[in-house]
Write a protein that binds this ligand. Sequence first.
Ligand SMILES: CC(C)(COP(=O)(O)OP(=O)(O)OC[C@H]1O[C@@H](n2cnc3c(N)ncnc32)[C@H](O)[C@@H]1OP(=O)(O)O)[C@@H](O)C(=O)NCCC(=O)NCCS
Length: 434
Amino acid sequence: MVDRNASSATTEDTPNPKPDGNAPSESDLTSDSLARKVQESLSLGKKHKFWETQPVGQFKDLGDNSLPEGPIEDPTPLSEVKQEPYKLPNLYEWITCDMDSEEMCAEVYNLLTNNYVEDDENMFRFNYSKEFLRWALHPPGYFRSWHIGVRVISSKKLVAFITGVPSRIRVRNDVVTMAEINFLCVHKKLRSKRLAPVMIKEVTRRVHLENIWQAAYTAGVVLPTPISSCQYWHRSLNPKKLIDVGFSRLGARMTMSRTIKLYKLPESTVTPGFRKMELHDVPAVTRLLRDYLSKFIVAPDLDENDVEHWLLPKENVVNSYLVESPETRDITDFCSFYTLPSTILGNQNYSTLKAAYSYYNVSTKTPLLQLMNDALIVARQNDYDVFNALDVMLNESFLKELKFGPGDGKLHYYLYNYRLRNPLRQSELGLVLL
Ligand SMILES: CC(C)(COP(=O)(O)OP(=O)(O)OC[C@H]1O[C@@H](n2cnc3c(N)ncnc32)[C@H](O)[C@@H]1OP(=O)(O)O)[C@@H](O)C(=O)NCCC(=O)NCCS
């Protein structure tokens, strides 16, 4: 999550983006891509003691076109699904987390705030808000049993967490009910003790108990085997702060005042009829999104209930805007972003980076570039420091022109128990996980 470029933008890895301003030099790019290739080949040769036992695409099968696409293993009868939880090391116990409980939600929030994803240089750590966690974990049809914690028996301290939520994901022509797995976190003091595989097996067991056999997840690390590997791009909205906290660097031959000017945005949006989405827009937005997402190979299959939950604006969680034609009153375009701040570690002057993450955007009449520029403008008006976007869907068409720069890592997408013959290009992927 850190911006790799000087005063333009960087590539990010996991979560935190560090965008900054200037384009990287040719030689930077070469050594960077070389380093990445070396890293990737190392990780391809790496043993994955756990993941090699799981029904996921394996590295050795890459390029084997004789293997069919679709589920790797058939469902087993529910009576054969293990009824009791996996065994934890002696001092620990499983809990199901009731995120409606203020107390439980605060415990989860504290675990994640102190132990969740950091950038490679440990300068920033994701700081999902409580309202965000509740929203992310309570979509239509959610299962409380999929919100799983591990406590120390004696002290009751929460030390690990993993979640799933149900979702319908279309892969080519097949709509598959899956679990979206997220928020895997093990307390820093309990790392490298093989607790993560137990957490993953336990959530898988609970997903199976609901007769669901596939899952989707993302990670900054390379595991067997990504269906696609994407990159975060970062657009500075508050370049001075981003540079001050080390998220971005001042570009060569750039001054602070030139950098501020470079990223300056108009005071107000330019598209006539651009406004916040409201409840009565749900049917029109659902139609727009379904039509748009049908173009991608892997995408969520959203109905009106899903759209109401995931896209109706929620303060400090998700922002959605649309264009209502002043002449016809038709809803022609849509854009959205979610709010995921990062804690700034060890800075005297600032404690939080306020980041907007591009979510789903659809343009039919307003050029995508103009629509996204309006999204940047409203994000800036709302005091976000940076606007992040993955290079999925049609995002590549606006990133460079709107002064996004690549971050310093990759985000890999995975499916559990579902094989795709070949990895997808980022532009073939229509899915954003939180
Ligand atoms: C991710 C995390 C839970 C892994 O725990 P850990 O203590 O480092 O690792 P463990 O010894 O328990 O387990 C290692 C196994 O988990 C796998 N693993 C590590 N990170 C993983 C991830 N993000 N998703 C799935 N599997 C992961 C490893 O590949 C390894 O399996 P392998 O031998 O088959 O390769 C922990 O490092 C953590 O909480 N990190 C900060 C938050 C984070 O990055 N969460 C993941 C967000 S995608």
